[in-house]
Design a protein around this ligand. Structure first.
Ligand SMILES: [Zn+2]
Length: 123
């Protein structure tokens, strides 16, 4: 199986990445080995170019980062990789981190909820 390797330095290589992705045959597997920000950038370009997530394998070099997009105040907060819930850095809402990643918002959709024990007294 022929293998093509493309080394990139970052956002400035965006057009080159797009060109390579678009020149591939159907069914080509993409392997991304990059630091988190670059991997997200390449992954997004791949999806934009019509690749399915199954066609892209990703190896993250260095720490992973994850972001959650707050549905209450519409701001993005950084969260721990394994977190299922988080607190919004901006409006302090408790967020349940959903399975949907928004490329536009660059984060997982976070659904506000009222944590047990924190309900307002008397309500
Ligand atoms: Zn918020």
């Amino acid at each position: 199986m022929p293998v093509e390797c493309l080394s990139i330095n970052g956002m400035e290589d965006k057009e080159e990445i797009k060109r390579v992705i678009l020149s591939q045959k159907m069914g080509t597997q993409f392997y991304i080995a990059a630091a988190w920000n670059n991997a997200v950038m390449i992954f997004s370009l791949g999806v934009e170019a019509g690749l399915s997530e199954a066609e892209i394998q990703t190896v993250i070099i260095g720490p992973k980062r994850r972001y959650v997009y707050c549905m209450k105040c519409f701001e993005v907060s950084e969260v721990k990789e394994e977190a299922e819930i988080a607190e919004c850095d901006h409006c302090r809402a408790s967020l349940e981190i959903g399975p949907f990643y928004s490329i536009v918002r660059e984060g997982y959709i976070g659904y506000p909820f009222i944590p047990i024990g924190k309900e307002e007294v008397g309500s």
